[in-house]
Design a binder for this molecule. Structure first.
Ligand SMILES: Nc1ncnc2c1ncn2[C@@H]1O[C@H](COP(=O)(O)OP(=O)(O)O)[C@@H](O)[C@H]1O
Ligand SMILES: [Mg+2]
Length: 358
């Protein structure tokens, strides 16, 4: 079982996003953007929920409505140093556009001298990564449920928003109070009408077409779905290597050893997702994502009920309610805390122009 979290990679960025045209969704988005002009003083900042490559996410509580939120805090100087300006602006823009039951809700964003802030709903059930860590591997029906909700979110992103997600992995799949999936981390999400070339994602989950630098589209998310299903069933990813370059070679060779306990149907589905040949990869054929939903491994999954959140989740997170001094974020790991640099009201901010929309 993988005990360490994986880190995201990004060597180059080329991301831009066109203006959202859908009227109804546009109105909802505008409500999100303009309902509140947020700043740090609106929140009581509590503990760190998670850290990633480009920032950390803190639990916080509104001083107005006393609800809990999760705020992703990113250091602007660091983002500029790592050339993540376009990715970060794209993260904000894509997440503000999407409205889906299995995707985290972004309320708004703001910035001060040193940091960018993204205010999201707090998702209390923790990461799928933590579930996998404690269970080693998941029962097929549990893996099937998480895979189905993740697939439903990906299908929505691809077909309705023309967004590829590019960072599907257990660390970015959160569980809500009932145990339903909420996809977070749109740091690599991108509007793509055709293909893109950026080398980014997470080593174990990279599709061969990303490594080969030949240009790619939504197929990379279906490859990642295959890796996710494999990892949930096996407890490890199929191409892992401590040396990333050797790992990339393994991905390109694509010689997968399936554990003996995998069913024939699981084996068949994964062989059709984890293929280098894009003309064979499920999700990229005539039926699109529906071909994956129609695969016999998902035979007893009703995707229509699933989309209505009507399928009872197989795993119920143990969540404390936050009253009487209880920690509402007990499903999350404990991290060392770092104090924020104080914002300097009159200071010249050399980075603001990179992030004008925040
Ligand atoms: N809305 C949220 N509610 C609760 N925890 C969250 C939320 N969003 C992110 N996190 C936690 O913070 C971690 C890092 O956030 P993420 O957006 O993935 O950052 P990075 O882009 O640096 O990977 C996640 O893996 C998760 O543990
Ligand atoms: Mg992440």
């Amino acid at each position: 079982m993988r005990t360490n979290k994986t880190t995201t990679l990004s060597l180059k960025n080329d991301d831009t996003l066109p203006i959202e045209e859908d009227h109804q969704r546009g109105q909802l988005i505008q409500r999100r953007q303009h309902a509140l002009t947020l700043h740090l003083g609106d929140f009581q900042l509590l503990r760190t929920l998670g850290t990633g490559s480009f920032g950390r996410v803190r639990l916080c509580r509104s001083i107005h409505n006393h609800h809990y939120y999760a705020i992703k805090i990113m250091n602007k100087a660091e983002l500029v140093r790592l050339k993540q300006m376009n990715h970060t602006n794209s993260e904000r823009k894509t997440l503000l556009q999407v409205i889906h039951p299995f995707i985290v809700h972004l309320w708004g964003t703001f910035q001060d001298t040193h940091y960018l802030y993204m205010v999201m709903d707090f998702i209390p059930g923790g990461e799928l990564f933590s579930v996998l860590k404690s269970e080693q591997c998941l029962e097929p029906h549990v893996a099937q449920f998480f895979a189905a909700e993740a697939l439903s979110a990906l299908a929505y992103l691809h077909e309705e928003c023309h967004i590829i997600y590019r960072d599907l992995k257990p660390e970015n799949i959160l569980l809500d109070r009932q145990g339903h999936v909420r996809l977070t981390d749109f740091g690599f999400a991108k509007y793509v009408s055709d293909r893109t070339y950026t080398f980014c994602g997470t080593a174990d989950y990279l599709a061969p077409e990303i490594i080969m630098l030949i240009g790619y589209g939504k197929t990379v998310d279906y490859w990642a779905l295959g890796i996710l299903i494999f990892e949930m069933l096996a407890g490890y990813t199929p191409f892992h290597d401590d040396d990333p370059l050797t790992g990339y070679d393994k991905i390109l060779v694509c010689n997968i050893k399936y554990p003996l306990h995998f069913s024939t149907l699981a084996h068949d589905l994964l062989a059709r997702l984890l293929t280098r040949d894009l003309s064979q990869r499920l999700g990229n054929l005539a039926g699109g994502y529906q071909d994956i939903m129609d695969h016999p491994w998902f035979a007893d999954m009703d995707f229509e009920l699933l989309a209505q959140r009507e399928i009872t989740p197989p795993y119920q997170p143990q969540i404390l309610d936050g009253n009487n001094g209880q920690d509402p974020s007990s499903c999350y790991e404990i991290y060392d805390e770092e104090p924020l640099l104080p914002s300097l009201e009159n200071d010249v901010d050399p980075y603001r122009h990179y992030f004008m929309d925040f």
